[in-house]
Design a protein around this ligand. Structure first.
Ligand SMILES: [Zn+2]
Length: 247
């Protein structure tokens, strides 16, 4: 399958739990040489298969062990062991996520080849160069930067405001940031970002396009976009499952 230029498809973007008819966090990152599933939140497997077959996956990247970011993996395990028979899929995930996955998938290696990632890890997956930076969250969590030739994007995963996005460099075409709540909650010490903080981050990394994701169910999309646009001058999109963005 030739995918040129590289693109990202939103498989789910609800924060913490799925909104009505929605799915938790997940993206499909496609380039001419790789199909990578970035975060496998509940509800994203069905959406993934609208675009590719499970056997077409080059790898799966999991940012952290919170349930809304990876719990489709034990279901993919069922699929690979009993139905799809495509052999091991490489998984790049944190130590904590691997520990939980081993509890739920007793013979993990029958479906997956697990590679532990942490702050500073780098991997080349097909024609995609990935690197990770540990964020400011309740459990070990990694943000990702992906480069394909001259194209690049950053995905914050989950983070509080004390993570420095520039640990992943500068100047990206696309920044997908969590935007869990509005500015009125910033003082509560929650290790997630507001729309305003997401916009600060996009400005700092000189993104052309900011995508706001991980909105908690019930959040007002228009207010998220408005608060972000007060800070960031580039293009802003509030994510919807099925959206595709080139980068
Ligand atoms: Zn989390």
């Amino acid at each position: 399958m030739i995918v040129n230029p590289p693109k990202i498809t939103v498989l789910g973007c609800s924060g913490s739990y799925a909104k009505k008819g929605g799915a938790c966090t997940g993206f499909l990152v496609q380039s001419p040489g790789a199909n990578v599933w970035l975060d496998a939140g509940p509800g994203t497997l069905g959406n993934l298969q609208k675009h590719i077959e499970i056997s077409d996956l080059t790898a799966i990247v999991l940012t952290h062990e919170h349930a809304d970011h990876w719990l489709e993996l034990p279901v993919v395990y069922n699929a690979i062991r009993h139905y799809v028979m495509c052999g091991q899929i490489p998984v790049y995930g944190t130590q904590g996520t691997m520990k939980l996955a081993k509890q739920m998938c007793p013979v993990l290696e029958e479906a997956f080849n697990w590679n532990v990632i942490k702050d500073g890890s780098r991997e080349v997956i097909g024609d995609q160069s990935w690197r990770w930076s540990q964020t400011d969250h309740y459990v070990e969590t990694v943000a990702s930067r992906v480069e394909v030739g001259e194209s690049s994007f950053v995905f914050t995963a989950d983070t509080g405001p004390n993570w420095d996005v520039n640990t992943l460099g500068e100047s990206v075409s696309l920044a997908i940031s969590e935007s869990t709540f509005l500015a009125c909650k910033e003082d509560e010490g929650i290790l997630h970002l507001s729309a305003r903080q997401a916009a600060e981050l996009a400005k700092k990394i000189k993104a052309d396009h900011l995508v706001l994701s991980h909105l908690a169910p019930g959040e007002d999309r228009v207010q998220h976009e408005n608060q972000a646009s007060e800070v960031f001058d580039g293009r802003i999109t509030v994510a919807t499952a099925g959206d595709q963005y080139s980068f």
